[in-house]
Design a protein around this ligand. Structure first.
Ligand code: COA
Ligand code: ZN
Length: 313
């Protein structure tokens, strides 16, 4: 199995949508560019949603218009409906992320739709996106537990996952929106899904509410998953899911995966700079729990390299 793991940094969307301090589009763009410089392969740059529902995401069109064309990162934007799709296409994105639901209450609270209505909208968007040659990533929200409806029946997640893989979605991401999952539950659900669908088109998205985010990434990677969402400096939380704290921090996930021998293609020095920027801009981002150790390790490594260079010269 491949030792390459693809990280999507969702900090500029999932992370910033719920901050008390609303960042300007140019501040959000600085953060995106810092992530891109670090070699993060996919970045969720914002969302095209109702400005009344999520004021922090106003200006995503301006951001998309300013993204560097020759960047190696793929940029995706979250959309909730056809209006969001049209705005995203007009702005120039090449990838859209649609949210599906494993519970009725979450669908109602988040987008004022039933689970089936959200699925129907996604089917229409998939059809348009195929014609427009856009990638469509689908996220199954509250796949491991819902703040309103409680535990989720894995067969509901299996049903929606199967439906959208059959409809040729580019990826189905299982989201632990409120950080309710434990590693055993993660392993069981993924084992169930990969028996039918393989691992290539599945991804995982964990929040770190109960400090099990990295453990859940471990369970998923051991079960074959090679796509993970994470958020720089652990930024995050959903305004419509009470109790959800930030995503698992990108720096913690990258450090663990690299130490396990996986290749993320991400430069840790530049990732530290992006994490510092996230903390500086928001004033509230916690920063990954490995950050203190990582910075010391990177500084020692740089010092060793300088000493070795002097020795050669
Ligand atoms: N982008 C921008 N504006 C949008 C929009 C979009 N994708 N979709 C709808 N709107 C606007 C409408 O034009 C309308 O504007 P008006 O009040 O000035 O006429 C207003 O939003 C309400 O539209 P309506 O179709 O009645 O939707 P609603 O009030 O039932 O809200 C959503 C539904 C989906 C638009 C809204 O709940 C939403 O944007 N949710 C996003 C939630 C989110 O981002 N959650 C976190 C990520 S999972
Ligand atoms: Zn999330």
């Amino acid at each position: 199995m491949s030792d390459r793991v693809i990280i999507t940094d969702v900090g500029p969307r999932d992370g910033l949508q719920n901050q008390q301090k609303i960042l300007s589009p140019s501040e959000r763009l600085r953060l995106i560019n810092a992530l891109s410089k670090a070699g993060v392969p996919v970045i969720e740059v914002g969302s095209f949603v109702s400005p009344k529902a999520v004021p922090a995401m106003v200006g995503t069109d301006e951001i998309v218009g300013s993204l560097t064309a020759d960047s190696k990162s793929l940029y995706t934007a979250l959309i909730p409906n056809m209006k969001g799709y049209e705005l995203a296409v007009k702005a120039g994105v090449k990838s859209v992320t649609m949210v599906l639901y494993a519970s009725e209450s979450m669908a109602q609270k988040n987008v004022n739709m039933s689970m089936l209505q959200a699925e129907d909208v996604t089917v229409d968007i998939l059809r348009c996106a195929k014609q427009d040659e856009l990638e469509v990533i689908t996220i199954v929200s509250v796949a491991f537990g819902c703040p309103f409806d409680g535990p989720i029946d894995p067969s509901v997640v299996a049903q929606v996952t199967g439906k959208f893989l059959a409809l040729d979605a580019d990826r189905v991401v299982l989201a632990d929106t409120i950080g309710a999952a434990n590693p055993l539950q993660v392993r069981e659900l993924i084992t169930k899904l990969t028996k039918t669908h393989g691992t290539e088109k599945l991804g995982c998205h964990f929040h770190d509410t109960r400090a099990m985010g990295v453990a859940n990434v471990f369970a998923a990677v051991e079960s074959g998953i090679r796509h993970f969402d994470a958020s720089i400096a652990g930024l995050g939380g959903c305004p419509f899911a009470p109790g959800a704290t930030g995503n698992v921090a990108t720096e913690d996930v990258v450090m663990m995966l690299e130490q396990m021998g996986f290749d993320t293609g991400i430069d840790l020095n530049d990732l530290m700079a992006a994490s510092d920027l996230a903390v500086q801009l928001t004033g509230t981002a916690p920063g990954g729990r490995s950050k203190v150790w990582l910075k010391r390790y990177l500084a020692e490594q740089a010092e060793r390299e300088t000493t070795a260079q002097y020795a050669i010269n």
